[in-house]
Design a protein around this ligand. Structure first.
Ligand code: ADP
Ligand code: MG
Length: 634
């Protein structure tokens, strides 16, 4: 074909960067360029079939839906042809070269920050076309849109800085033809054996015939439509890898055929790893929706709620009309019923896994639990959702052990009416939180939350069965006090004499005088056992960590006013009472009060300036070292 009136265009800057990486690096897995081009051809055919089902007028309607691959091992050229939807001139400009898709910068970021191999992840970011420049030093793409009367166009580029767009004289069939001029070091791809092997490996499940030398290479089968008993594990795995671009096997396979109330088949997978942890590519989820084996929509996001977005796979129904438009899917009653049923299937399969294989379920939880937790607003499935949640807790032997709400309630104390949780930066932090002391003493299990979002989740759930969820620092101590202690009463000190009780009360007033407005009130603690003091919230509306999150969100830097609780059975406080009795104005009382307050602030995460605290500790240590040497006589 000869070109007339060519015009040159610069690639968008980001695409130049992307191309630079692809052109100049040597990758072991370069063969995936073919997977990308074939998947584009398949998409183009899907789109055409969609138009056809809608009843749109189509250029050369008689052409068969297929993908053809030819090669010339003398000239080192591969030619890939599809009879898909094609592109108009404007579409070519928009789709390849001038507009960088959102995936481009994310793709670049991951390559730069993680050093991931471009060939491993390129398919996930909507920039697959450019992978051809890993093997080509020149590409010519001729395309003709399905829209009747649109002239064909030819796009060509060496993948460096620019591309050319020209018109074609001579006949071009509907669809797209890509001519790949292989690089010297990529000649091996111009071979029948090689191409066949790549197609089998990466494109076997493409639902249109892929013909090489006029022979069909791929085995077209809608695996999800086959009876479960006839599908081998390897076939599932192969299909999953094809679908998800992952290299590992899936963690869980869900293959269901549902007949009532609505007919559909689904083949779903839970990946072993969650790569979206850091919010990359959040858009890249969804299930492929088929109607009678015809792809209606890639990555439909309404078949599953977002908290199950880690699931990949296919849903196919007989009961939806073939010409359904994607825009109205959500309003379609049958579609909604399918979506609800798919969600129920996934939850049921997860429950089954939790029952059958605890270890595997825990592994699932560690990977996907963070997203799964966001399902707290799925009220329709709340029962199942709650059952599937997992936590670490004060009763677990280490940080890897996980328990469910049921595990918790089974172990609950006889008269316990609430489920308690406590937020901590980690297991050690949670375990040494002063608010936990009374629970330890009473042998009450407390769920540990390590992720700030967990607090929101817990306060939204609010209840499990008949048990209210309560943050440990907001628990009603009167009810807890009534529960039996575990083991022997292990009070470390005798009861205070009546007289000392009065001195203690005055000491508390003295301490309040010292701290002034910084605390709301200072009172005797019922919850503390090992610590001398702690801070608690005045009302029961918000837990300390929730308050912390909100103050970060609102960019508040002021320290919230709290109630300070003092443990009168702690040796330090007992000694303080003695000092106070001897001299109510002793400076030591002031120092200790300040110290207790700032230490508590530190534990709550509010101490912004540690200087005073440190210099006070230093002078207290200095003094005590003096006494120590004296006592030891050294
Ligand atoms: P993605 O396929 O994820 O959108 P690509 O970089 O592979 O990203 O392709 C970019 C776009 O170019 C496609 O979305 C499509 O609009 C267009 N395109 C690529 N190949 C073809 C083709 N064979 N037929 C029609 N359009 C195509
Ligand atoms: Mg693509």
């Amino acid at each position: 074909m000869s070109k007339t009136e060519t015009k040159q265009y610069e690639f968008k800057a980001e695409i130049k960067q992307l191309l630079n990486i692809l052109v100049h690096s040597l990758y072991t897995n370069r063969e995936i360029f073919l997977r990308e081009l074939i998947s584009n051809a398949s998409d183009a055919l899907d789109k055409l079939r969609f138009e056809s089902n809608k009843g749109s007028a189509i250029e050369q309607k008689e052409l068969p839906y297929e993908i053809k691959l030819d090669f010339d091992d003398k000239k080192n050229i591969i030619t890939l042809t599809d009879t898909g939807i094609g592109m108009t001139r404007e579409e070519v400009i928009e789709n390849i070269g001038t507009i960088a898709k959102s995936g481009t910068s994310e793709f670049l970021k991951r390559i730069k920050e993680n050093g991931e191999a471009a060939s491993n992840i390129i398919g996930k970011f909507g920039v697959g076309f450019y992978s051809v420049f890993m093997v080509a030093d020149r590409v010519e793409l001729a395309t003709k849109s399905f829209l009747p009367g649109e002239p064909p166009v030819v796009w060509s580029s060496d993948g460096l800085g620019s591309f050319e767009l020209g018109e074609v004289d001579g006949k071009v069939d509907r669809g797209t033809q890509i001519k790949i001029f292989l690089k010297e070091d990529a000649k091996e791809f111009a071979s029948k054996w090689k191409l066949e092997q790549i197609i089998k490996k990466h494109s076997n499940f493409i639902s249109f015939p892929i013909k090489l030398d006029a022979e069909q290479v791929n085995t077209i089968s809608a695996l999800w439509r086959e009876p479960k008993s006839s599908v081998k594990k390897e076939e599932y795995n192969e299909f999953y890898k094809f679908l998800s671009y992952e290299s590992e096997e899936p963690a869980l396979i869900i293959h269901k055929s549902v007949d009532a109330p609505i007919q559909f088949n689904c083949l779903l997978f839970v990946p072993q790893k969650n790569y979206d942890m850091f919010g990359w590519n959040r858009e890249n989820y969804g299930l492929d929706l088929y109607v009678r084996r015809v792809l209606i929509q890639h990555k439909n996001k309404d078949l599953l709620p977002e908290y199950l977005s880690f699931v990949k796979g296919v849903v196919d129904s007989e009961d939806l009309p073939l010409n359904i438009s994607r825009e109205t899917l959500q309003e379609n009653l049958i579609f909604t019923k399918i979506a609800n049923s798919v969600t129920a299937q996934v939850l049921a399969s997860l429950s089954q896994l939790a029952k059958d294989d605890k270890e595997k379920y825990n592994k699932f939880w560690k990977e996907h639990g963070r997203i799964f937790k966001m399902g707290y607003s799925d009220f329709a499935n709340q029962g199942k959702y709650l059952e599937l949640l997992r936590f670490n807790s004060s009763s677990c032997s280490d940080e890897n052990e996980l328990i469910s709400f049921d595990g918790y309630t089974d172990r609950m104390k006889k008269d316990q009416k609430e489920i308690y949780y406590l937020f901590g930066a980690g297991r050690d932090a949670a375990a040494s939180d002063p608010h936990l002391e009374i629970f330890k003493r009473k042998g009450i299990e407390v769920l540990y939350l390590f992720d700030p979002i967990d607090e929101f989740v817990m306060s939204s759930i609010n209840k499990y069965k008949d048990f209210e969820l309560k943050s440990a620092d907001q628990a009603d101590l009167k009810t807890i006090e009534k529960l039996d202690e575990v083991g022997e009463k292990q009070d470390r000190t005798d009861k205070l004499e009546k007289d000392d009780e009065l001195h203690f009360k005055s000491l508390l007033s003295k301490m309040k005088e010292i701290l002034g407005d910084r605390v709301i009130e200072i009172k005797e603690s019922k919850r503390l056992h090992d610590s001398p003091a702690c801070l608690v919230n005045q009302d029961n509306t918000m837990s300390a960590s929730m308050q912390k999150i909100l103050s970060i969100v609102n960019k508040e830097t002021s320290v919230p006013k709290k109630i300070m609780e003092i443990n009168k059975n702690h040796h330090l406080i007992r000694n303080l009472i003695r000092v106070f009795k001897a001299d109510t104005g002793d400076k030591f009382i002031r120092d200790v009060t300040e110290q207790l307050y700032e230490s508590s602030l530190l534990l709550e995460g509010y101490l912004t300036d540690p200087h005073k605290l440190v210099s006070r500790i230093n002078s207290l240590l200095e003094e005590s070292s003096g006494w120590y040497t004296k006592v030891k006589n050294i």
